[in-house]
Design a protein around this ligand. Sequence first.
Ligand SMILES: [Zn+2]
Length: 199
Amino acid sequence: MTRSPRPRAYAPDPAAPGRPCDMPGCTCAGEYRAPKSRTELNTYWWFCLEHVRQYNAGWDFYKGMTAGQIEAQTRADTGWQRPTWPLGSLGKQAVDDALLRDPMHILHAGRIHRGGPGAPPPATHATPAALREPMQALGLDWPVSMDVLKARYKELAKRHHPDANGGDRASEERLKTINLAYAAVRQHLTAEPRMAAAG
Ligand SMILES: [Zn+2]
């Protein structure tokens, strides 16, 4: 059996059974095939050009499928002969669900770290710029949990309290710095509870 190089889009199907269009009331030749349903891809309606176009336009191949099923179906279709009916008839909901699937949490990470799709992966262990000095003052490494921060602060506050150092002026300054650093880091952790949990 010889095959023509590549049939034109909407070229009459050579396998057409030679009967009239299946659209009720249409007397044109049914020269174009269209699968009857998703589960009957090998049984066809035979339509005239006008009616196969109408049918294709209304065909919703993915109707009733979940985003996961559509994904599986799309993968299964790879390498299969390109269907002649439009596949772009996905409902908006299905598309949204597919886009929201983000197993690597790339979208989420991108939002937090303001990285674009092409941006390098967020360096979760890099100290936020605003916290570099405070973290250094507290002698802590990023990331840090609220518990560790509080414990460290309590320890430093006790050690550098002027009362514990005979009213030493340097200790007083040191304590001020520690207070400011603690406040800055605590505020950051409170604003981003996700980071606090990560420590
Ligand atoms: Zn027709």
